[in-house]
Design a protein around this ligand. Structure first.
Ligand SMILES: Cc1cc2nc3c(=O)[nH]c(=O)nc-3n(C[C@H](O)[C@H](O)[C@H](O)COP(=O)(O)O)c2cc1C
Length: 108
């Protein structure tokens, strides 16, 4: 069994990373394989609602200029997926929106 965790916080090794690693450490104690991916510093675009995924039905995103398809592959090779971002200024519509929250739409 494998669980992959994505840290969508802008702060590498910040609080979100610490919390994810608490979970991953418990899983490792149960001898569950884990992978930890930090998205900080990466440029990933959000979903552009092109619906090509619905047409192609290939479990891939048609936008191929970033690493989202690599990450989708990692999720497909796992039995558990953790997606975490930091709350920045009152949530979803904020100008301080956590930069990787929108990309999670393409992973889900
Ligand atoms: C600009 C900014 C805005 C924030 N806004 C909120 C908020 O609205 N609600 C909240 O609960 N925490 C808020 N926080 C606190 C962060 O969510 C918290 O510090 C979080 O642990 C940061 O995670 P990180 O270390 O992975 O970046 C804010 C932090 C910053 C820097």
């Amino acid at each position: 069994m494998k669980v992959v965790a994505f840290n969508g916080s802008s702060r590498k090794d910040g609080n979100t990373a610490i919390l994810l690693n608490y979970v991953l450490d418990e899983l490792k104690k149960e001898e569950i394989e884990t992978e930890f991916i930090q998205l900080s510093g990466e440029t990933l675009s959000g979903c552009i609602a092109c619906y090509r995924c619905a047409e192609n039905k290939d479990q891939r995103c048609a936008v191929v200029k970033d690493k989202v398809n690599e990450y989708i592959g990692k999720m497909q090779g796992s039995q558990g997926v953790l997606l975490a971002v930091a709350n920045l200024c009152l949530g979803h519509d904020s100008q301080y929106e956590s930069p990787h929250r929108a990309e999670f739409d393409r992973l889900s």
